[in-house]
Design a protein around this ligand. Structure first.
Ligand code: AMP
Ligand code: MG
Length: 323
């Protein structure tokens, strides 16, 4: 999945800690082998290669689970989250690490290949089919969170009582923190990754962050990042990052991407009433004002404690300044 896995396990016995770490790595490796875009033999690559040729592709239970969850997020967000966004990611150059603003015709062709409603599913036999040549699934917004869930499950099954797993910024916790019950997890400042600007106190679940600083390019002074609005075909503007705490890794990962695309206005409505879900949006500073104060909007479950550095202009979902 093109990222780093970091796992911390607390155990009095180094031998059993090592066993837990091995199981954690195996779980993450399994998800990578099924859902990576970069492995030609993954389920996702096999489905994509067969797009348009009429063939049904059988996939592993885990892949099917992530696909059906993705379709649910697409439905609830009216397509702001869309697992078929691949052709757009490609045309903007984000698979190649070298971004470019596409020609209008290329953008139109890519847009015609995006649409979660086109995905064909045979649930009884766990098979998938993409009807148009050039369509492609992309689980980049959700698979890492799912892998965190599997890894934590594996850790628990191997006897771990306390663990923390960080897969490319998707952080899941198991058990109480070493000091006190909540894990204080820092959020990165989107323009200065070394400087945490907020802390979320996590009792359980997982925290994911989507950011315009992870994969992006600048063109004529405008930042174009890898989070795309499937309805327009263009990278989302105005939001720098969204961090989401949710009961599971898969939910936090999918929601972070979905809420990035929805933005704070519609995003606040989307998470209203979701138990155990909290979100922190950071608005993108004007490129001329990179050093200015950050504006953060905090919403969701009021039981989640989010501390924000004094220099940050904070508002709440529903407050006038935040809407
Ligand atoms: P994340 O860092 O979890 O927000 O995932 C970002 C990745 O998800 C991108 O690099 C794309 O591969 C993919 N992606 C971009 N836009 C969307 C979208 N609107 N819906 C679903 N996946 C997306
Ligand atoms: Mg995500």
């Amino acid at each position: 999945m093109g990222t780093m896995l970091r796992a911390l396990v607390w155990d009095l016995d180094p031998g059993s800690a090592a066993t837990v770490l091995r199981e954690v790595r195996a779980a993450a490796t399994l998800v990578d082998s099924l859902m990576s875009n970069y492995r030609p033999d993954s389920d996702v690559s096999r489905v994509n290669r067969s797009a348009g040729n009429g063939e049904w592709i059988a996939v592993a239970p885990g892949t099917f689970e992530v696909l059906t969850a993705s379709i649910e997020y697409a439905r609830t967000s009216s397509g702001a989250f869309d697992p078929t966004v691949g052709p757009l990611v490609d045309v903007w150059g984000f698979y190649r690490e070298r971004g470019n603003v596409p020609a209008a015709s290329a953008l139109d062709s890519a847009r015609a290949l995006v649409g979660w409603r086109l995905i064909e599913i045979d649930a009884a036999r766990r098979r998938v089919r993409l009807p148009r040549a050039g369509m492609r699934l992309d689980f980049g917004a959700i698979a890492k969170g799912y892998a965190v869930d599997l890894a934590l499950e594996a850790a628990r099954a191997a006897g771990a009582g306390r663990a923390m797993i960080d897969l490319g910024g998707n952080i899941g916790v198991l058990g109480p923190a070493p000091e006190g019950s909540a894990w204080p997890l820092g959020l990165s400042h989107p323009r200065d990754p070394e400087a945490p600007f907020a802390v979320v106190h996590v009792e359980r679940g997982a925290l994911a962050t989507s950011g315009d600083y992870e994969r992006f390019f600048l063109h004529d002074g405008v930042r174009y990042a890898h989070l795309l609005d499937p309805r327009t075909g263009w990278p989302v503007q105005g939001v720098a990052s969204v961090a989401v705490l949710a009961p599971t890794g898969i939910a936090s990962d999918a929601l972070s991407t979905m809420l990035f695309v929805l933005g704070p206005d519609r995003g606040c409505d989307a998470i209203d009433g979701m138990r155990g879900v909290a979100a922190v949006w950071v608005l993108a500073p004007a490129e001329a004002d990179e050093g200015g104060p950050l504006r953060a909007i905090v919403g969701g479950d009021p039981g989640v404690v989010v501390e924000v550095a004094p220099a940050v202009m904070r508002s709440a979902c529903g407050s006038v300044s935040g809407r």
